[in-house]
Design a protein around this ligand. Structure first.
Ligand SMILES: [Zn+2]
Length: 142
């Protein structure tokens, strides 16, 4: 029986080892590895989000990267690669709060898994944040 922290490290290792075949599908081996650590429903939901191009990477001019995942009701912000925390990823959705943080039922929500997979498989929609609206605020800073 693995501890949650160990399971999360295993999940990280699995995601980092995934590969695509020549037709840009996940290889059978990659799918098998995913199924070892995540429930089918979570994998399918995450792949569906990627398929529908719901995962967006936003890069600000000062280089801060965040990810947004569109769901039917809201846009959730996903942070990955967080240092010095027990959890390497975080999502603003209610499911993450309940099933990951409160009850520990899941390692991650579908948005985090979709984002991690999209990064690994380079299926991101990359946009740069338009900061013209913010620039007037910064003009007064010396
Ligand atoms: Zn989420």
């Amino acid at each position: 029986m693995l501890l949650p922290a160990e399971l999360l490290r295993l999940a990280d290792t699995v995601i980092d080892s995934l590969d695509l075949d020549s037709s840009q599908y996940l290889t059978d081996e990659s799918l098998h590895k995913l199924h070892d650590v995540f429930p089918d429903s979570l994998i399918l939901a995450a792949l569906d989000l990627i398929d529908q191009r719901k995962v967006t990477e936003s890069v600000t001019p000062w280089g801060f990267v965040e990810y947004e995942v569109l769901s039917s009701t809201a846009t959730h912000i996903v942070y990955v690669g967080l240092p010095k925390t027990l959890m390497s990823s975080y999502c603003t959705c209610p499911a993450f709060n309940f099933t990951v943080l409160e009850t520990g039922q899941s390692l991650m929500c579908k948005h985090v898994l979709a984002t991690r997979l999209a990064i690994r498989l380079a299926f991101l929609f990359v946009i740069s944040v338009d900061v013209t609206a913010l620039s007037s605020q910064n003009e007064n800073n010396n």
